[in-house]
Design a protein around this ligand. Structure first.
Ligand code: MTE
Length: 310
């Protein structure tokens, strides 16, 4: 563990901050109260986190109110009810927190979350999140492309897939005492999906550090896929040659495929995926292919039978 004492002064504390971050980035950070939290490394739920609004990733859709985003959650490590994560995720300790990145890479490493926060400029991006259960939200997330992390560890030519693993600790995550899923929660992407500019390594939402129930301190958001691909509270990222088996594929191989692209034309075996209910709205709306991101991502699946590779 990284000890926070005088012997371990970080470069950011010696170099004038403007020089260390670059002037533009300093201005951007100083513009929000997030600078203090980020620099001290003490960021926890509720602390401000600043990010430049990314005009390329804005949406006409109205963002879902913060109260709904933080009180209607799927996070089975804290129970299967939508209200449970908000009530019980306080037991998750998000500092110190490290993420191991390993497997088919030239430069594996174990990275401290507060160092990772500084790897690239923080951006605010408004994304749709469509849950496989048929509801959806619109959330202003804060993060930077996952590609920044992957490039840093230098994948080998064998790296074809990326696996994400959530913390496994039933003391902090009491839902792991139940057998509802195989723990730890594991998900995966193909490497080109993981490197796609839309795939966001996410540290915050609504101008704040991620609340625990939304996957603190770091998760991914893959907006063209069903929400279960957007893994929370990540402690390990493995680059692999073979496609990994995910927790949901293990739980229901006929129901939850590896790709899990949002697709209104391919029903879940037990319900239609043609429509969705935006949280806070009464009438359902049509679900869009690739959750509305077809222009950006459909090319990744050219020639693939998306009913077979669901
Ligand atoms: N990650 C972990 N570790 N455990 C989970 O149960 N649920 C997934 C995903 N990531 C889940 C997870 C599902 S089904 C959805 S819809 C989204 O998180 C919900 O994210 P939100 O609660 O921030 O809206």
């Amino acid at each position: 563990m990284i000890k926070r004492n005088n012997a371990a002064i970080q470069a950011s504390e010696i170099t004038p901050r403007e020089l260390f971050y670059g002037r533009r980035r300093f201005m951007q950070m100083a513009a929000g109260a997030g600078a203090a939290a980020m620099l001290s490394g003490a960021a926890s739920a509720g602390d401000k986190l600043a990010g430049a609004k990314s005009t390329a990733y804005m949406l006409p859709d109205k963002p879902t109110p913060l109260e709904d985003v933080t009180r209607y959650n799927n996070f089975y490590e804290f129970g299967v009810d939508k209200e449970s994560p908000a009530k019980s995720a306080g037991s998750l300790k998000t500092r110190p927190w490290r993420v191991a990145v390993e497997g088919e890479v030239q430069k594996p490493g174990v990275f401290d979350i507060d160092a990772m926060l500084r790897w690239a400029p923080m951006e605010e991006r408004v994304y749709r999140l469509r849950c496989v259960e048929g509801w959806s939200m619109v959330v202003p997330w804060l993060g930077f492309p996952l590609a920044e992390l992957i490039k840093r560890v230098e994948p080998t030519g064998n790296a074809k897939f990326v696996e994400f693993v959530t913390l496994h600790d039933a003391e902090q995550m009491p839902g792991q005492r139940s057998g509802v899923l195989e723990w730890p929660y594991r998900e995966g992407l193909r490497i080109d999906e993981a490197m796609h500019p839309l795939t966001l390594l996410t540290f915050g939402l609504y101008g704040e550090v991620l609340p625990n129930q939304n996957g603190a301190p770091v998760r991914v958001i893959v907006p063209w896929k069903y929400g279960f691909k957007s893994v929370k509270s990540i402690v390990k990222i493995r680059l692999l040659e073979q496609q990994p088996v995910t927790s949901w594929m293990q739980a229901g191989p006929r129901e939850y495929g590896f790709y899990a692209n949002v697709n209104p034309a391919v029903d879940h075996p037990r319900w239609s995926q043609a429509r969705e209910r935006r949280i806070g709205e009464f009438l359902k709306r049509p679900t869009l292919p690739f959750n509305g991101y077809a222009d950006q991502v459909a090319g990744l699946y050219a020639g693939m039978d998306l009913a077979r590779y669901f």
